[in-house]
Design a protein around this ligand. Structure first.
Ligand SMILES: [Zn+2]
Ligand SMILES: [Zn+2]
Length: 399
């Protein structure tokens, strides 16, 4: 925080959180030369409490400076190029120590959502408002039977949308085409693609190719024979979210990648098999880590499973790595995701300058699978389970 130099009693600015007289300025806003209104706080406490929602004004500023040519700092260049809608991702790459051979490509224009679709609160301005302020960031909700029924419906739509994406994957298509299929299938079901404009994410799903761990942005890159690609779908329908992902083979994939994807699939299956009332959340990481280590693979630590329901992301936070310090036990009626990211090489991740794309630090490949789960009285119900209609894309599921 930066003191604005004025005496507290002379300050005409009020705290963006509590409206008391404010004489502290958010340092990032100062750097970006943003207006003091909305960037002023009375105390470190109010600044800290506001951070999860406030930080999005920085991204918004970076995005809007595209049109005006206003100066941003070095980091904002990531946003500049990724939001330049199909222009700058190839012509001028930012300086970055790329960890593997993958590069960003142009991003197509933002897709539209018809008026009859119910929107989450970030759809219009990119800023989730209810989510960061909710007590459900700290307390794990026990869903009512009525909420659970809506979760079932929404999660089934999410599964069908992901399956639609899986059916088109082959060498020669772009990840942007995957995004188009996800977007159109979601809307055809009467749902909203939750990632679209969530903290300004520009697309309707995440597509993570090869060394991308998660949150890859669908773009104009053509999938090549031998790639692996994870597609992560979340849909919002009847006021609740359903979230799942799978990693697919593009054409003929080498044996090492096949081993990685199969091992990751098994890690998730093993984790789901222990879910029941009374189980410690931290055990999930033990089970996943044991299986990954046995195959000499590593577990990503920076991204975790999460509670889900009326909020996209909430408590509990579920790490996938061993010896994590997560507290609490599972209870019937809770809904959360488990979504292990397993790396062929080191566990460490790096972030591309677009602020979203997480890649392996050594450029080796990473795979992921995810389900939304309900804890039942006797065990677990997989709300995003494969359906009889799901495409047959994993050789190890053939008996
Ligand atoms: Zn997901
Ligand atoms: Zn998730």
């Amino acid at each position: 925080m930066v003191d604005d130099g004025s005496e507290p009693n002379q300050s005409s600015l009020s705290c963006a959180r509590c409206s008391k007289p404010a004489h502290l300025q958010c340092p990032k806003c100062v750097l970006l030369k943003l207006p003091r209104e909305g960037a002023s706080f009375c105390s470190q406490e109010c600044f800290k409490e506001s951070w999860s929602s406030h930080k999005s004004v920085h991204m918004k500023a970076n995005a809007s400076s595209l049109g005006t040519g206003a100066a941003g700092d070095k980091n904002s260049e990531g946003w500049l190029y990724c939001l330049k809608k199909g222009q700058a991702r190839t012509s001028k790459l930012p300086n970055f120590d790329w960890t593997g051979s993958l590069r960003p490509y142009p991003i197509s224009s933002k897709r539209t959502v018809p008026a009859h679709i119910e929107l989450p609160d970030w759809a219009m301005d990119g800023i989730p408002k209810i989510e960061p302020e909710s007590s459900l960031q700290h307390v794990v909700e026990i869903k009512t039977p009525e909420q659970i029924e809506r979760m079932r419906e929404t999660c089934k739509i999410a599964r069908e949308v992901l399956d639609a994406a899986a059916r088109i994957i082959r060498p020669g298509i772009t990840t942007d085409e995957i995004d188009r299929v996800v977007h159109e299938a979601t809307i055809a079901a009467g749902a909203y693609p939750s990632p679209l404009n969530y903290h300004f994410f520009p697309k309707s799903c995440c597509t993570s190719v090869n060394e991308v761990i998660c949150h890859g942005i669908p773009d104009a890159r053509v999938l090549e024979d031998g790639d692996i690609v994870n597609v992560d779908v979340t849909v919002y329908y009847k006021g609740v979210h359903g979230d799942l992902n799978e990693t697919y083979f593009v054409g003929n994939v080498d044996e090492e990648s096949q081993k990685l994807v199969k091992c990751t699939y098994e890690c998730l299956e093993k984790a789901i098999s222990i879910v029941k009332p009374g189980m410690r959340f931290r055990e999930v990481g033990e089970v996943i880590s044991r299986h990954a280590t046995r195959s000499s693979m590593s577990v990503v630590k920076s991204y975790c499973g999460h509670g889900i329901g009326e909020l996209f992301h909430c408590a509990p936070n579920i790490p996938h790595y061993e010896r994590n310090k997560t507290v609490g036990v599972m209870k019937a009626g809770q809904t959360f995701t488990i979504e292990p990211m397993i790396n062929a090489g080191v566990w460490r991740d790096r972030m591309w300058p677009d602020g979203w794309t997480a890649v392996t630090a050594d450029g080796k490949r990473s795979a992921q699978f995810e389900h939304t789960l309900l804890v039942t009285e006797t065990g677990v119900e997989n709300l995003t389970a494969r359906l009889p209609t799901s495409p047959n894309v994993f050789p190890w599921l053939n008996v």
